[in-house]
Ligand binder design. Structure first.
Ligand code: ADP
Length: 157
């Protein structure tokens, strides 16, 4: 089974890496899909974000990384996949994720969204939180892989 794990990954966090590791353990092939949204200003370019995910997942054989624009369902079709992976943190994720899952399925009826609950230590971890803390020089050691920490600090210099 090929699964697609979409997100912004701006930057990649340990929460993302946890979901990737767990999903790649049951999917035959996991495609991490980095959203290139021209309407949203990101800290890192899509190319940088793809390179970052590639770097931190280089040890996982069945993971590949690509960027996509436009509708997720179109990207999923192009991959010949029928499964989307999403991580779930606190209840606040639920409403949005449920809406997206149902909407995507209405556009592609053979699509299933699988939710993986966060590991407890990453419950309150988001890319947004990482950016906020890093912007003010706070410690992000427990939030991102060491390579990513370097890139984030470099960006805010
Ligand atoms: P963020 O919300 O951190 O900006 P993305 O938009 O890149 O992250 O999210 C991509 C996917 O990863 C979403 O399904 C999101 O719920 C999931 N995710 C992000 N952070 C975590 C985490 N700490 N634990 C579990 N899932 C997460």
């Amino acid at each position: 089974m090929t699964a697609v794990y979409p997100g912004s990954f701006d930057p990649t966090t340990l929460g993302h890496l946890d979901i990737i590791t767990r999903a790649s353990a049951f999917a035959d092939k996991l495609v991490v899909a980095v959203l290139n949204n021209s309407a949203k200003s990101a800290l890192f370019t899509a190319e940088e974000r793809v390179a970052h995910v590639k770097e931190v997942t280089s040890g996982i054989k069945n993971v590949s990384v690509e960027s996509f624009e436009g509708l997720l369902v179109d990207f999923v079709k192009k991959q010949g996949a029928h499964c989307v992976i999403r991580g779930l943190r606190a209840v606040t994720d639920f409403e949005y994720e449920f809406q997206m899952a149902l909407t995507n399925r209405s556009m592609k009826t053979d699509l299933e969204t699988l939710f993986i609950p966060t590991s407890t230590q990453y419950l309150y971890l988001s890319s947004n939180i990482v950016r906020e803390i890093a912007r003010f020089g706070g410690n992000i050691d427990n939030m991102v892989p060491p390579q990513i920490k370097k890139y984030v600090i470099e960006k805010y210099k």
